[in-house]
Design a protein around this ligand. Structure first.
Ligand SMILES: *Cc1c(COP(=O)(O)O)cnc(C)c1O
Length: 415
């Protein structure tokens, strides 16, 4: 029998376990292009509802920008739909090389190699560059795709406490004898919206002759004065040895990722990175769209500036209303609720009021740190944010958490 009852039962049981643990993920269906206002169907079979989107990674509002859509359309006309090949066989067009050059210029690095996604970049880079004589020392909160990439590499693994520079220094001392030491961090940590201390990390890397790896997926395009990323914000342009980042967030939001950095590292990836060698090339449509995005945001900083203003308004509004936020300055603004069920109820009440935001709880965030993660976009107008803020305040009042401290909220709802 192809799929026996016994096999089905085993898997059904696993799924039931996920449901029983309250961890079953249900997709909301969006019946519109990605934007600050979208039509959503939730739950399945419900009426379509127009809501303000507070949870996309569409930081610069470029996911359906007319110039980007037009460029993608031209790409379709000029370079076709697909390449039916990996890069090194017959999957490299002139526009792929142009996009790599453009990313190098934008990030301020030496060279860039495209991957099908940033997940693929992270899964390829460590194995391609490091061997068993080396060590990877990662921040404990790095993205899941980095964790997976590290698992695939032969180098020794170690970690340091989140953004704890003393601990990192200890680990660098401990691994003095290794051939290569690579410090690994996210630029902007996606769950808390806090930035890595790249100036301090680079100083330690200098002192202990280590390489610095930064995944800037939640920063490329908008963090730093001209949006280059966390390295620009921290004043260490040119000093990061290897970046990975995604085209799937601020940079148009379609798909694709890259490794960008020292030219020898990029060349090692071209020779050896398995997701580069064995997975299809990025579609020409997406490449042309991404080129248009980089042209748009290289010309002026209007979009990232608007995003910064929106972020200030939103953080100030929520703080003054009496919510507990995670401190920070990035467009990732977590509204802390501490209790898992409260985070779900809160999100449902927001949805009823036309605000789309998602409650996160363990294991996506640590136990007792449930929250609604809000994300700002340059596509938000003041009217959207005012309406969203009013809804947050209404729901905050309903659950009587405004002006309450972390301790008081936990006493009331548990965690
Ligand atoms: C989103 C994200 C990724 C994955 O990017 P894809 O291009 O969608 O695979 C990798 N790393 C970090 C830090 C991310 O936030």
């Amino acid at each position: 029998m192809a799929f026996s009852d016994k096999n089905r039962e085993i898997l059904e049981q696993e799924l039931d376990n996920i449901r029983d643990a309250g961890l079953f993920k249900e997709e909301r269906i969006i019946c519109a292009p990605q934007d600050s206002e979208i039509e959503v169907v939730f739950p399945m079979g419900a009426e379509e509802k127009k809501v303000i989107n507070m949870c996309a990674n569409n930081y610069l509002g470029l996911s359906s920008h007319p110039d980007v859509v037009e460029a993608a359309r031209k790409g379709l006309d000029h370079r076709g739909y697909g390449m039916s090949s990996v890069r090194f066989i017959c999957g490299t067009q002139d526009i792929h090389k142009q996009l790599e050059e453009k990313l190098t210029e934008f990030l301020g690095t030496e060279d860039t190699i495209l991957f099908p996604s940033c997940m693929d970049a992270n899964c390829g880079v460590f194995e391609a560059v490091l061997n068993e004589e080396d060590v990877m020392i990662a921040d404990r909160l790095v993205h899941a795709s980095i964790v997976d990439g590290m698992r695939l590499a032969k180098a020794q693994q170690d970690t340091y406490k989140h953004s704890n520079m003393d601990h990192l220094e200890k680990k660098l001392k401990l691994h003095r004898d290794k051939r290569l030491r690579m410090i690994i961090t996210d630029g902007n940590f996606s769950m808390d919206g806090d930035l890595a201390k790249l100036d301090k990390i680079v100083a330690l890397a200098d002192k202990y002759d280590a390489l610095v790896f930064v995944d800037d997926s939640h920063a490329s395009g908008f963090i730093g004065k001209t949006g280059r990323g966390t390295h620009e914000h921290c004043g260490v342009m040119g000093k990061i040895d290897v970046f990975t980042t995604t085209l799937g967030k601020a940079l148009g939001g379609a798909s694709g990722g890259c490794v960008s950095g020292r030219k020898e590292i990029v060349e090692m990836c071209r020779q050896k990175a398995r997701p580069y060698l064995f997975s299809n090339t990025i579609a020409p449509v997406v490449v042309e769209g991404a080129l248009a995005v980089l042209n748009l945001i290289s010309k002026n900083t209007g979009r990232r500036d608007k995003l910064e203003k929106n972020t200030e308004f939103w953080r100030k509004g929520l703080t003054e209303a009496g919510f507990v936020l995670k401190d920070g300055e990035t467009p990732i603004v977590p509204v802390m609720l501490f209790n898992a069920k409260l985070s779900q109820d809160f999100a449902n009440d927001l949805y009823e009021r036309g605000i789309y935001a998602i409650g996160f709880f363990f294991p996506v965030v640590p136990k007792g740190q449930a929250r609604i993660r809000t994300q700002l976009s340059a596509a938000h107008e003041m009217s959207h944010l005012e309406k969203a803020l009013a809804a947050f305040i209404e729901v905050g009042k309903k659950y009587d958490i405004l002006g309450k401290s972390k301790q008081e909220i936990i006493e009331k709802y548990g965690n």
